[in-house]
Structures are given as structure tokens and as C-alpha cells.
Design a binder for this molecule. Sequence first.
Ligand code: HEM
Length: 437
Amino acid sequence: MNAVTLPPGPSGVLRSTYRVLRSPFRDFPRWSAQYGDPFTIPTVNGTVVMTGDPALIKIIFGADPDLYGPWAVDALGPTLGQRSVFMLEGAAHSRERKLLAPPLHGDRMRAYADVIAGVARRRFAAAADASRVVTLDLAQQISLEVITRAIFGADDDERSLALQAGVLGLVEASSPLMFFMPFLQKEFGGIGPWARFRRKFVVLDALLQQQIDRVRKRPGTDVCSLLAASRYDDGDAMPDAAIRDELRTMLFAGHETTAITISWAIDLLHRNPATLERLRAEIDALGPDPDPEAIAKLEYLDAVCKEALRLYPVVTEVLRVLRAPLQLGAIEIPKGIGVSASVLLAHRREELYPDAEQFRPERFLERRFSPFEYLPFGGGHRRCIGAAFASFEMKIVLGVALARHRLTLLDDEPARPVRRNVTMSPSGGVPIRVRDR
Ligand code: HEM
């Protein structure tokens, strides 16, 4: 067999893994400049060929889905569950997506507008009493409560609070190392981080099952009810274990990611006064108590959210493992290797985004970007299923907050991207003061 020559890249498995985890915003651009695009990164989860070139990203997203296995299933499986859409492949994966997508789109999604606005109004109003609030904590409380109500279907405060506590217990018991280094997922006789995580997992699972039992008796318009009532193409219902896994998946995929982007947007807006002013004018034109659906249609607000996700993509790269060789431009990548579309590198290309380091939402009003140039939600057959929901939620939360409040940043320095579990989030979480306008 011929030896395979992969593109050059950094050496040292542990060192590169550490850099990927620690400083992708610094090291991906550095590696791309030093070694060219694509470049190869050795990691503890396998070797990865990474690109930020839209022409190559198009090849990755456009390839036959059967060419790929999901990435890091050993690491994520015990957390998300074996029936999670993240874990599935081939026909089972597309079958699952067909049931998951409808509740998160169109009229069904728009039905959650009032829930989102109600939660945001209440949480921001409560924050107005404090001298200091960490935006990321506040945004996470909001997105978590939204998930318990719109997705899990908790229709009263007591149930919503119990689910929020269950989730927080699990989130607090997880550590980024556990996800990236599956060999740490051992119980060691009931002690240690993994055993603690498992105990919290069981608690949340019981709460999710209670929700499923409830919505089976009394369905609502929430995602849990819709999944419980849905049928695969062959007429089979989704089993409870699968619903629990998918609810947990949506929670993990959806609540931190959305909160992080809201926090970046608030930081960036308040460090760019002209942008903030333009956005306020757009929101104020809707009147003192804007309708949440009207907020979600605002063009400049949409551009602000897009630009925050461009500059600080919460997920810096998406990964697929090859089951067969892939011709990536001039290079044939062999099976067993990971291929990665770097969201971060694509989003900072000067020829696409002039002054790429600048926060300039107008660029999204001036031109359209292809799905291979702008990809905060990944792409191809695994593109984020919650993208529309996340954008809808972010716009309503920001719109409601700015319509009613004046926010002041309390840190002089702009936030920097730092690792938080699988995602990258703003350092310090963006401390602010919230006051009524
Ligand atoms: C700003 C918020 C969000 C960002 C930046 C984000 C980003 C992503 C990315 C990059 C992927 C991987 C795509 C790929 O591999 O090509 C993904 C997958 C996924 N996301 Fe999101 N996401 C967000 C919010 C949400 C929300 C709110 C939900 C659900 C309510 C959600 C559910 C999912 C699911 C289920 C997948 C797996 C799809 C599959 O494997 O087929 N996400 N997301």
C-alpha cells in the first residue's frame, strides 16, 4: 500500500489537542498561514484535515452522507444517548431529522414567540435591580427556561423550575475534558467526576420521562408533545427513550450556544455605539411594547445576530470522519481521517469579509453569502436543526432587552473567546448593568 501524504500541519498529538481546545481563534489562523489551507492536525480523537476554503468546504458538505461517520461518538454518546440524532448515521439519521425538524420551523416555531418574549422580559426586568449581572448567566437562564417551556413542554413554573434545576445539576457536573477525552468516562467505584455526572444524568432523565408521560395524556404545542405524537415514515412512533435522548440533545446543542451568541452580541453592540444606535432606532420604530414576531422580522437585528456569529462562531469547526477516501481539491484524504470545515477560518477571510476583524453587521445587508462562506450552523446533511429556532430566539431576546432597558458594559476590555465545554464563549461572560429606559 502506498504511504499517504496528508497536508502539512502542527506536530505533537497532545500539544495540538491542547491548542485546539485552548486557543482555536489564535492557532487556526496561525496554522493556516504557516502550513497553507488545508492543513493537518493530529488530535487525541484522531487526525483531522482542516480547511477554511469555501471551495473545499463545498466538497465536504456536498459529499454523499454515507461517506461519513459522526465525529467523537465515543465522547458524546454517554451524554447525549445512543438514540440521539448526533449519534445516528445513514438512513436512521435522515429518518430522525425528518421528525425533529418540523417542530423547530415555520408556524410551529413562531408559536413560541410569546413564550420567549415573556421569559426575556421577566428575566431582564428582575436583573434591573442588580448592580452587576453577568450577561452569559442571564442569557443562559433565559435560554434554559425557554427550552423547558417551548421544547420540554413545562407549562407551569413548578415544572419549569424542576427541569431547570435538573439541567443545571447536569451541566455543573460536566467538564470539557470529559467530552474530549472519552477515557475519563469511568465510574471509579462511584466517585470522581464521571460518577457524579452519571448521577445527575439519571435525575434529569426521570424528569424528562415525567414530561413525556404528561404530554402523552395532555399534549400541548411544545416540541416534546409534537415528538410524542409524531410517526416515522413507516408509521412507527418515536420510543420514549429516543424522545428523552433528543430532548437532552436539543438542550445540550441549544441552550449554551444561543446564550453565548446573545452575550457576544451585547458586548459587540455596546463597543460599537453607531451600531447600537442604528439597532435601537429600528426597534424603537415598532413602538414601546413591540410584538415579538415583528421583532424577529427586523432586518438590522438579523444582521447584528449574523455578524456576532460570524466573528465569534460558538462552534469553531465541524468534523466528519471518512469511511472511504475523499478527493478534497488536489488531495485524496484516506478513510479513517477526519475532515473539518473551519467555521472560524471561513468567517475571517478578507476577500469575503473586508476588515474581517471588525464588527460590521451592514455586510449582511450589502451582500449574500453562500452556505460555504458563512456556516455558523455547520452544513450538509448534519446542518444544525435548531438554526431557525436559535436565530428567532436570539432576535426576540435582544429586541425585548433593548426595547425596555439601557445596558452598560462593566468591563473596559472587550471579551475574548475562551473554551467552555464544546463551545467557545466570551471571557468573563460580559458583566453589565441593566437599567430601565
Ligand atoms: C446559536 C445557536 C446555535 C449554534 C451556533 C449551533 C451550531 C450547531 C453546529 C455547528 C452544529 C453541527 C453542524 C454540522 O455538523 O454540520 C449543530 C448541530 C445540531 N444542533 Fe445546533 N446550534 C445552535 C442552536 C441549536 C438549537 C437551539 C438547537 C435545538 C433546539 C440545536 C440543535 C442541534 C442538533 C439536534 C444538531 C445535530 C444535527 C445532526 O447531527 O443532524 N442547535 N448546531
